[in-house]
Design a protein around this ligand. Structure first.
Ligand SMILES: C[S@@+](CC[C@H](N)C(=O)[O-])C[C@H]1O[C@@H](n2cnc3c(N)ncnc32)[C@H](O)[C@@H]1O
Length: 318
């Protein structure tokens, strides 16, 4: 059953200050969601600007149309059902020469988490699905759990969940599925809890990291982020800004390294005395440390608590 779209935009003021959209500009929101950020940012673009909104969840696109209408946003817009990993193709199709601002607010929306049947939440009984784009014929979480080899399960739980008990959980999954396929979120959550050392079961739910790992694997999230960041940084016009909100350390690390790499200038050893590499900084990092939500925001919206915002600005070519 679908319900009204619910999602509170995170770090909204901070994103607005960093991107500072202006008249006539092109803004890409690569993770449109319910257009919480987009409907606050886009009006500044004016009638000669362009909002390009992307989401691979059709429910998000439908909700964002309504939110943008409600915000009386007269800005021309192009809403695309797809992945920000395909930014090159999307921007070529849009016939823009470059973009002034890019926002990526990663992960799932509150709406996706709360729609039990999507299978993202270990707290609600549902089939193990977890596809952000249910129209896309990619694998489901049930396929991963029931078909991946034990070593592959250990690998994804360790790499994408940073789960210290990956071996014990993978062994428990394989034992259980020998009897019958594991089909629901709560079945998996109970199994993970039982595989956890008893002394650690009382902390945050033991299934949290397993569910994170599965979601990342099912949706190819880290590959998409690397591809999307690379494209966004190439398409930014001089002076253009990219802002990325991440919700776990794997994403944050990718963003941090991508920005650092492009902010690096000459990499020649100092003893050379002269530059032979020719590398020049492409961006300035605007957030040497990531911005995080204030206490009041976390209190009002607990799902903001793990958010980290990083931003970089493309340099003018010398
Ligand atoms: C945290 S929500 C964004 C919420 C939005 N900023 C707002 O204020 O309403 C993340 C959204 O990004 C989408 N998403 C995640 N990865 C994506 C990808 N690779 N390409 C396109 N959309 C993606 C999800 O479907 C979800 O709707």
């Amino acid at each position: 059953m679908t319900s009204a779209y619910r999602h509170v935009p995170v770090l909204l003021d901070e994103v607005g200050e960093l991107l500072s959209p202006a008249r006539g500009q092109v803004l890409v929101d690569g993770t449109l969601g319910g257009a919480g950020h987009a409907s606050a940012l886009a009006p500044a673009l004016g009638e000669d600007g362009l909002l390009i909104g992307i989401d691979h969840d059709p429910a998000a696109l439908a909700a964002s149309e309504i939110a943008l209408e409600a915000a009386a946003c007269e800005v021309p817009r192009l809403l695309v059902h797809g992945s920000f990993a395909d930014l090159d193709r999307i921007l070529l199709d849009a016939s823009v020469a470059g973009v002034d601002a890019v926002l990526l607010d990663l992960g799932v929306s509150s709406h996706e988490l709360d729609e039990a049947e999507r299978g993202f939440s270990y707290k609600r009984e549902a089939p193990l699905d977890m596809r952000m784009d249910p129209d896309n014929h990619t694998k489901t979480a049930a396929e991963v759990i029931n078909t991946y080899s034990q070593p592959d399960l250990v690998r994804i739980l360790g790499a994408y969940g940073e789960e210290r008990h990956a071996r014990a959980i993978a062994a428990a999954i394989v034992r259980a599925r020998e009897k019958a396929p594991i089909e629901t979120t709560t079945e998996l959550a109970d199994l993970v809890r039982a595989a956890y050392p008893a002394r650690e079961r009382a902390k945050r739910h033991p299934a949290r990291k397993t569910f994170q790992a599965l979601r990342i694997e099912v949706n190819g999230e880290l590959e998409a982020l690397e591809k999307g960041l690379d494209a966004a940084l190439r398409w930014l016009l001089p002076g253009g800004t990219i802002a990325v909100i991440s919700y776990h350390s794997l994403e944050d690390r990718i963003v941090k390294h991508a920005f650092q790499e492009l902010a690096k200038g000459c990499t020649c050893p100092p003893e050379l005395g002269v530059c032979v590499c020719g590398n020049v900084p492409i961006v300035d990092v605007l957030t040497p440390r990531p911005l995080t939500p204030r206490d009041a925001e976390v209190e009002a919206n607990p799902r903001a608590r793990s958010a980290k915002l990083r931003a970089a600005r493309k340099r003018a070519i010398a």
